[in-house]
Design a protein around this ligand. Structure first.
Ligand SMILES: NC(=O)c1ccc[n+]([C@@H]2O[C@H](COP(=O)([O-])OP(=O)(O)OC[C@H]3O[C@@H](n4cnc5c(N)ncnc54)[C@H](OP(=O)(O)O)[C@@H]3O)[C@@H](O)[C@H]2O)c1
Length: 354
């Protein structure tokens, strides 16, 4: 066992213990309420953000993580990434997700928090090669293992906590070579766990094959296919589940169709879904009942979800979102109305967005 992993685990377990019984291994507690048996009053605000067991692994993850795509694609300045990640770690963040193809994201993360490696779980992905990547077939074993070597170098670490296939097709999964590649990386001690990042039928296959520790998939109020297709089975199989695009790219913020192609699909879906809290003037409402709060709380309360990796390039965002999530789950009525609206509105091609 790599000693740095052992010490990291002890550190994270201690941190989790310090967070107190109110936040570990339970559904969101009724903060501020009195326990009828003991008479004890839970703190009005929990001591730190909830941590959840990450499937069958030994990881206890903060329910709000960090998604590293945006800092890469937006070429966020190093000083900003440094501030963003260090302040979030200080406030309790312990999951950082990135990928080789997110331009300089891995380099920026290492530069900002490489010196604090024991404070967080580091997840990366392979298969979409970046500009400096290999010219070999993207999904060959050789290419995937070479991708991991490049990631480790860029991330300045000996091993990652989770190594994920970056949305290869169902056909690639069925061929098996891609799974053998990540299994080999695990055997070689270069990653502690392995996962599949993707959606729809491929995600379902990744769960059914029983060879992955984790699934990363799109989950938000504009992308609900997974709620019946994959989440229940992933939960049953005790996989760690990472919600990607968990705040629906905040697509409600655009008055007209966004120029950023990546945000267009959810923007269009929200036009059709017409949620009260994400339409008209309600779009600017702040706090846990505004669109951002509802989005985060909806995703976090879906059974099986372990961690939401919200992308941001703003230093203050992680703390703001953590505060929104402290309000706990939505009321059952609101959650059910979001599910019902989706079921009545979703078109047959509203599949999970990669
Ligand atoms: N195939 C894959 O494996 C795959 C695909 C997509 C995503 N991912 C992973 O998932 C992560 C998250 O996905 P994402 O970044 O695409 O989507 P997202 O987290 O749903 O949305 C991020 C956007 O939401 C905005 N935002 C965050 N909090 C907000 C708030 N409280 N109010 C208003 N706007 C807010 C951010 O803007 P600001 O900068 O203004 O905060 C950012 O533009 C990625 O970073 C990546 O790690 C993986």
């Amino acid at each position: 066992m790599n000693p740095s992993f052992a010490s990291r685990r002890v550190f994270l377990q201690r941190s989790a213990a310090a967070a107190g019984a109110f936040s570990i291994g339970m559904n969101w507690p009724a903060w501020g309420l009195q326990d009828s048996k003991t008479g004890a009053t839970a703190p009005a605000v929990p001591p730190s953000l909830e941590r959840r067991k990450f499937g069958k692994t030994d990881m206890l993850v903060t329910v709000l993580g960090f998604g590293g795509a945006e800092i890469g694609y937006e070429s966020t300045e190093g000083a900003t990434v440094e501030k963003l990640l260090n302040s979030a770690l200080d406030a309790g963040l312990n999951v950082v997700d990135t990928a080789e193809c997110y331009r300089d994201s891995e380099l920026a993360i290492a530069a900002a928090i490489g010196h604090r490696r024991k404070d967080y779980y580091l997840f990366t992905k392979c298969g979409h090669v970046g500009e400096e990547g290999s010219k070999d077939s993207t999904w060959s074993k050789k290419s995937l293992l070479a991708s991991l070597e490049r990631s480790l170098k860029r991330l300045k670490t000996d091993a990652v906590d989770l190594f994920q296939l970056h949305s290869c097709s169902l056909e690639e999964l069925e061929k098996g070579e891609v799974i053998e590649a990540v299994e080999l990386a695990k055997k070689q001690g270069k990653t502690r766990y392995i996962g599949y990042s993707g959606d729809s039928k491929a995600a379902r296959y990744a769960i059914e094959c029983g060879r992955f520790d984790a699934l990363q998939t799109s989950i938000n109020f504009a992308d609900q296919e997974c709620i019946e297709l994959t989440l229940p089975l992933a939960k049953e199989k005790q996989m760690g589940v990472i919600a990607k695009r968990p705040i629906a790219n905040a697509a409600w913020r655009y008055d007209a169709q966004p120029g950023n192609d990546y945000h267009v699909e959810y923007w269009k879906r929200l036009q059709a879904l017409k949620y009260d809290f994400a339409s008209g003037d309600a779009r600017s409402k702040q706090g846990p009942d505004g669109p951002a709060g509802v989005a985060l709380r909806f995703t976090a309360m879906q059974p099986g979800v372990s961690v939401l990796i919200v992308g941001t390039s703003k230093p203050e965002r992680w703390a703001q979102n953590a505060e929104l999530m402290r309000a706990g789950p939505l009321s059952k009525e609101l959650e059910q109305s979001i599910r019902a609206r989706w079921k009545a509105t979703a078109k047959s091609d509203w599949s999970g967005q990669i």
